[in-house]
Write a protein that binds this ligand. Sequence first.
Ligand SMILES: [Fe+2]
Ligand SMILES: [Fe+2]
Length: 190
Amino acid sequence: MIEQWIFEKLKEDIGTERYEHSIRVMKVCEELAKHYHYPVEKAKLAGLLHDCGKLQGQINLLKMASDFGIILDNITKINKELIHSPLGAEIARSKYNIEDDEILKAIRYHTTGRENMSLLEKIVYIADLIEPARNFEGVDKIRALAHQNLDKALLFAIDNTLAFLIEKGNIIHLDTIKARNHIVISKYME
Ligand SMILES: [Fe+2]
Ligand SMILES: [Fe+2]
C-alpha cells in the first residue's frame, strides 16, 4: 500500500492536473504489472511518482538539477522537457524516500527510454503514453500492442515519437535511439 502522505505531497508538488495524470498512469501500471507478472505495488509507486520532477511554479529546473548534483547531458539541457526525468529520480529518492533502484530508474528514463530497459521501465514508459486521457495519432495501436507484446508496443511508440520529433525539427536524445536499436537487435536474435 502506498502511504497517504505520498499522494498528498505529490499533489502539492506537481499540481492537480499532473497529479490526476499520475493517478491514471499508476492505474495503467497496475494493469500492465498484473499482465506481465511484475510486483504490482512497485509498479504503482513508479507510475504514481514518474512525473514528480514536474514541479509547478516558476522553478529553475536547470539550477535545481545542478543543486542535486545531477550532470545533465547537452541534449537534456537544450530540450528542457527532458529535465524532469533525471530530476524526478533525485526528488523521488530524497523527498519521497524511494530507495528501490528499479523504481528510481523507471522515473529517470520514462521520457527518453534507454538501452536494455527493465520490465518496470517499459511498463512506466508505455503507461505514461497510453493512460486513458492520452489522445494522439497511434495511441490506440500502442494500447492494443501493450497487452500483446510490450517490446512491440515500445518499438511502435518510439517510432511514433521519433517521427513526431523529426517532423517538428526537434532534437532526439541518444538514449531513445539506443532504446530502439536494442529492441530491434533483440528481435533479430529471437
Ligand atoms: Fe514525464
Ligand atoms: Fe507523465
